[in-house]
Design a protein around this ligand. Structure first.
Ligand code: CTP
Length: 404
């Protein structure tokens, strides 16, 4: 995995800026890409320069910014438009204005950035940003389809409040989402086309209108597993209990609250899954008779009757043709012994075990992976690193067709 990380960290991209107010986000995006070890060469159109100065982008990227097709004399052969697109691993246009998308769709080349795009010898990624009416315009949608037909990757846009005060589709994705998407773009697609269903987060079991039973799971591990699977090219669906986390762009998300809702969602979606990863901290019990209104305080003791929830992972692993099943075990003691017993009892191929006192809510943890072949220790690291390592092990076992 370190080898893959090193390869990505040697990548160069051209970050093309066009005329949109969203260009202010590109300053942050530049910093995030550099943080990931990706080298950034900024190219700006005239319109982009009206929103943000090349000096800002030069200071952030640490390289001179290219803006002009004719006047700049960066290359002695005056062939910046050819050279730039040949020495880069990808071009990301963020923000891509409606006008620039139209140029790409029609192969126009009347400024440096559009010429670099036309003369490129590398993948092109486009992050649209525009007013919602411009986005919905049939001409825009026609141009977008043309870009897709031409094999150009489109990231976003998202829906929300726009700079013009209107609300709707057309917001550029956030810098963090774009930086992650670029990083994923370079990741080898070892799970291309494989469908992965993930459960994540805690569940919430209602007691009355304002109270419930839940647990301290933050959902961070499940979301990290989903992100790592997406990087590898998997088709990822995540069923998540209540969390405060942002779902990475590109993942089909189904939000649920209770274990019963999570179970129904899994039953509905599992037939399509090649791999099922149960990361959710599912409540083992729910209240037998949840009350619609708030229970009023009284002097007497309050007793809640709890009844067991279905074991979702156990159900999936027990299907006539189950997907490859992965579970998590959060234990407070006897880690290996309890986790391996759980793996065998649930009849699953792989279990990722960690000590609950170290993992819950934390940003990093230590894990041990147990399968029929043996164990793999994952030293303390952040949850995304752990998730990537877990997926590497899943790939090995999945390819070997490892049994439980
Ligand atoms: N799990 C599940 N449905 C449940 C309970 C757990 O799908 N009702 C899944 C979790 O997502 C996790 C694995 O089963 O992948 C282990 O869950 P855990 O709660 O640690 O194990 P339990 O079987 O509930 O055993 P115990 O609580 O006794 O440790």
């Amino acid at each position: 995995m370190q080898r893959i990380m090193n390869q990505i960290q040697n990548k160069n991209i051209i970050l093309g800026l066009t005329g949109s107010i969203a260009v202010y986000k590109s300053a942050e995006l530049t910093r995030l890409l550099l943080d990931q070890g990706i080298q950034v060469q900024v190219v700006m159109t005239d319109a982009a320069c009206r929103f943000i100065t090349p000096a800002t982008m030069q200071a952030l990227s640490g390289k001179p910014v290219f803006t002009e097709l004719w006047q700049d004399n960066h290359a002695t052969n005056q062939m910046d438009h050819i050279n730039l697109g040949r020495t880069t691993n990808a071009i990301l246009i963020a923000p891509a204005s409606a006008d620039f998308i139209a140029k790409l769709a029609h192969g126009l080349a009347d400024d440096l950035l559009s010429t670099v795009c036309l003369a490129r010898d590398c993948p092109l990624i486009v992050a649209p940003a525009m007013n919602r009416k411009m986005w919905e315009n049939p001409a825009m949608q026609r141009n977008l389809k043309q870009l897709e037909t031409d094999g150009i990757t489109i990231l976003g846009p998202a829906s929300g409040i726009q700079a013009c005060g209107e609300e709707g589709m057309g917001r550029m994705l956030e810098p963090g989402e774009l930086a992650d998407a670029v990083f994923s773009f370079f990741w080898p697609k070892l799970l291309s086309g494989i469908k992965i269903l993930i459960t994540a987060g805690p569940t919430y079991e209602q007691i009355d209108a304002v109270r419930g039973i839940t647990n301290r799971s933050s959902g961070k591990m499940g979301y990290a597993v989903a992100k790592a699977a997406l990087e590898l090219g998997a088709v990822v669906t995540m069923i998540s209990g209540p969390t405060t986390l942002l779902c990475p762009h590109g993942i089909a998300l189904k939000n649920v609250t209770s274990a019963a809702e999570m179970f129904s969602a899994v039953q509905e979606l599992v037939a399509d899954a090649d791999i099922f990863i149960g990361v959710a901290a599912v409540a083992d019990y729910r209240v037998a008779q949840p009350v619609e209104h708030k229970i009023k305080k009284s002097a007497s003791t309050l007793t809640l009757e709890l009844i067991p929830n279905p074991d979702i992972l156990g159900y999936v692993a027990g299907l006539p043709s189950p997907p490859f099943c992965v579970g998590f075990a959060a234990e407070s003691q006897n880690l290996r012994e309890y986790a391996e017993t759980k793996r065998k009892a649930k009849n699953i191929q792989l279990i990722a075990a960690n000590l609950v006192q170290e993992a819950i809510g934390a940003d990093d943890n230590e894990m041990v992976l147990l399968d029929a072949v043996g164990e793999t220790i994952l030293p303390r690291a952040d949850k995304l690193t752990q998730a990537r390592a877990l997926l590497q092990r899943i790939i090995q076992l999945y390819r070997q067709g490892t049994q439980t």
